[in-house]
Design a protein around this ligand. Structure first.
Ligand SMILES: [Zn+2]
Length: 222
């Protein structure tokens, strides 16, 4: 066994269980990953989805409840190395269920974190997922065009009324190629308020379409 493995024993990408001879996933999570068909939040062209008026479509890989342990480790416990595997999984599920997400967009934009959070965490989890997607799709990735101006609180901690004001005017986009078809990448889709604000600034900057793809979709409490 290598020293690295003693210090950081390999864990299942999705449930965090220590792995024996398996790689990447424990047997039950491997099955879950192989069978995942994704979660539809908003179909392409569907108008009647709350908090998604600027979003053309929104898809996720899993229900948040199924992967919350994984997302917590990825985001809050410094396990940035998980980004590659989780991003690869996003690409696999897109190929299986949402192939248009791999072919239609012309630009990948990760939902940004505020610079103070970047200093504290050291990485933007959404950007790590987007990098893995870029490798598979060859779609150009721009990590610095979309900027978070305000340090916002985690949407999941907030009540419905607070969520819109929390992210209002929180984002700006420097510039976009005219007519860009954006694929916005994030770890969690909660109410859509964050993604919709990002989509709004992208549309105002000339994007033709904004699609959203996240690792997890949280069930709406409202
Ligand atoms: Zn597992």
């Amino acid at each position: 066994m290598k020293l690295w493995d003693l210090l950081f024993p390999p864990r299942c990408l999705l449930c965090g269980k220590l792995l024996g001879r398996e790689t990447e996933y424990c047997p039950s999570c491997r099955k879950m990953a192989q069978e995942a068909t994704g979660v539809v939040i908003k179909r392409f062209g569907d108008e009647s989805v709350a908090n998604a008026s600027y979003i053309d479509s929104a898809m996720a890989v899993f229900d948040y409840e199924d992967v919350k342990e994984s997302i917590h480790r990825f985001k809050f416990r410094g396990s940035y190395g998980m980004g590659q595997g989780l991003g690869n999984l996003m690409a696999e599920v897109a190929a299986r269920s949402f192939a248009y997400l791999l072919h239609r967009p012309t630009l990948l934009l990760p939902v940004p974190i505020h610079k103070s959070r970047m200093r504290q965490r050291g990485y933007n989890q959404a950007a790590l997922l987007a990098r893995a997607l870029r490798q598979t799709t060859q779609i150009p990735l721009e990590e610095d065009l979309l900027v978070r101006l305000k340090q916002t609180r985690a949407q999941m901690e907030l009540e419905k009324e607070e969520r819109l004001s929390n992210v209002k005017d929180a984002f700006t986009v420097k510039e976009l190629p005219p007519g860009a078809i954006v694929l916005l990448v994030d770890d969690i889709y909660t109410t859509g308020a964050t993604a919709n604000q990002c989509a709004k600034v992208c549309k105002r900057a000339g994007a033709a379409e904004v699609h959203v793809y996240t690792l997890a979709a949280a069930k709406r409490k409202d």
